[in-house]
Design a protein around this ligand. Sequence first.
Ligand code: ATP
Ligand code: MG
Length: 647
Amino acid sequence: MSDDFFPVPEDWAKNALMDKAARAADYARSIDDADAYWLERAQRLDWITPPTRANESSFVEADFGVKWFADGVLNVSANCIDRHLATRGDQAAIIWEPDSPDAEPRRYSYAQVHEQVCRFANVLKAAGARKGDRITLYLPMIPEAAFALLACARIGAVHSVVFGGFSPEALAGRIIDCDSTLVVTADEGRRAGKAVPLKANVDAALKDCPSVKTVIVVQATGGAVTMAPGRDLWLHEEAAKLSPDCPPEPMNAEDPLFILYTSGSTGKPKGVLHTTGGYLLWASLTHELCFDYRPGDIYWCAADIGWVTGHSYIVYGPLANGATTLMYEGVPNYPTPARIWEVVDRHQVQTIFTAPTVLRALMKEGDEFVHATSRKSLRLLGTVGEPINPEAWRWYHSVVGEGRCPIIDTWWQTETGAAMIAPTPGATDLKPGSATLPMPGVVPQIVDSEGQVLDGATEGNLVIAQSWPGQMRTVWGDHDRFFQTYFTTFPGKYTTGDGARRDAEGYYWITGRVDDVINVSGHRMGTAEVESALVLHESVAEAAVVGFPHDIKGQGIYAYVTLNAHEEPTDELRKTLVKWVRTEIGPIATPDAIQFAPGLPKTRSGKIMRRILRKIAEGEVSAQALGDTSTLADPSVVDNLVANRQG
Ligand code: ATP
Ligand code: MG
C-alpha cells in the first residue's frame, strides 16, 4: 500500500492529552497489570457501587463467557447527564443541525437534556415499560433519538435501534427477534428535502408484530399520520403530563444496555448485545483517546444513530465525557456537496468523524466545494466503516484539513462496541490507509488459516486474543450462535472476520473481510489493495473488486468501477485502467474484467455488498443466487450490474 509517513505534528506532540511515551506506557500497563489498570480506568465512570473485579471472561468452550466489572452497579444515563449537571449544566450537550440549511439549529444544555430524558423515561414507564424490557426505536436523526436512548437506559430498558431507512419488513423482523413490546418512532423523517414515512412504516410492520402494545410517536415534521386508539401516543402530549424528574434505575454492570442488529453485509443480521459498565467505559475511554476531547470543543460524528458508530460516538462516549456533540439530520451532499463543510463552519466544529464512502462521494464532485468553506476550526478528522483508500486519506488530509489535522482511522465493529485499533493524535505517527495501533487492553494477532500465530511483519486473519471491556456479550436469544460465529474458527480467540497486514513497525492495515481475499495463481491479495490502486487513477471515483473462478489462475480479478462525474466509459479507458493496476501493484494484480458501474450495491450504512458483486462476477444472477437484498440502500443498481456484466 502506501509508504507515506506523517509524524505527529509538533503542536500535537506538545499539547495533546497523551504523547508517544505516555501511550506506550499506558498500553503496556493495560496488558501487564490488567486488572489493576481496568479498575483504575473504571473510576472515570460514576458508580453507585464501584466494582472490585475487572475481567472475568473466557474464550474457551468449557467456561465460555464475557464478563467485566460484574459486582459494579451504575446507570448509564446518570453517567451521561446527571453527573455533569453541577459543573456544566448550562453547557451545550447536543447541538442539532436540521436537514435544511434554512431551518434553525437547536441547542440543548445538559440541564435541558436532563429534563427531556426524564420526561421521556416517565412516558415509557407510564406505558408499562420496565427494566429488562426491549424497546425498538425507529427514528430519524432528531434530538429525540438521543433522548430516547438515554430514557431507555435511565429505566433499564434495552433499546434496539433500527435505522430509519429500513423497510417495514426489516423493521418487523427486528421487532420480532427481540420481542419488543414498545416502539418509539416519529411521524416522518426528513432527508435531503424529502419526507420519510416512518409512522406509516411502523403501522405496516406492526401487522406482523402482535407483541407490540404501545407506539410512542415524536412529532418531527407535523406530517399527517394515523394514530391507532389505545396503541399510539404522542410523546409531547404524554410528556407534558408527567414529572421532569425520573430517578435513574441502578443497573448491574452486566445488565443489558442495548441490542443492535449488524448491517447485514455478510448475511442474516445478528442481534449484538452490549451491557452496561464495560460498554460505557469503552465508549468513553476510546472517545477521549482517539479525539483528545477538550472542554469547549464542538465534536461532530456524522454517522446515523441507527449504527453502532452513532450509539458510541454521537451519544454514549461523548456525553459520558461531558462533551458537546453535534447531531445532523440530513445527508452530506444536500443541498450541495459543500454542506458538510458549511456545517463545520456554522458550528465551528473541531472534530469531524465520517466514513470513507462519504469522502469518496464528495471527492468525486471536485475540490471547489471544499475550498468554498473556511474549515479553520477543524483540528481532527476521523474515519470509520471500511478501509480508507490512501487516495481518499490524502484528500481528507490535504484538501479538507489543509495538512494540519491528524486523520483518526478507527478500526472496529458493532461487536467490539467502540474503537479497537486507532491512532491517538498526540502519540501516533500516521500512515495513510493504516488504522495504526491497538487501544489499551486490545491484543490483536494475525493467524494463518490453521490458526498459527504469525509474528513480525505478516498478513493473515485478524483475531483478538483476549477480552476487552466493550466486547459484545451474546447474540440476542442465541448464545450458541455467538460462540459458534466468533470463537470456533480459531479456538480460544475472537475471530473478527477481517484480514489484516502488520508492517515492520507493528502497524495494522485492514485488508478487508477475509471472504474478500482473493487468491490469484497462489498469491493472496486483499481486494482493498486493488481497489485503492484503481481509485488512485484520476478518472475513477470508486471501485469494488471481487474474485471469480478462473481456469488457469484459480481466481481471477473482476473490478467494478464508478467513474468521476463527466468521465466517459470507453474501451480505451478500460485498457488504461488494466495497465494502471499492473504498474501500481504488479502483473499479478492485473484485472481480468473491468465493468463500468454507475452505482455499486451498498448497505444503508454505505458499505459495498461484495457478496452480490461476487455472484454477478461468477455469472450467478438469479434472484435466489443474489440472496437477501433487503438491506441495500438502492436495490435497483443490481439490475444495471446484471445487465452490463462482462465476459
Ligand atoms: P455484518 O457484520 O452484518 O456483515 P458489518 O460488518 O458491515 O455488517 P459493522 O459492524 O458496522 O457491520 O462493520 C464492521 C466492519 O467494517 C469491520 O469488520 C471491517 O470490515 C469494517 N471496518 C470498520 N472500520 C474500519 C476501518 N477503519 N478500516 C477498515 N475496515 C473497517
Ligand atoms: Mg461484521
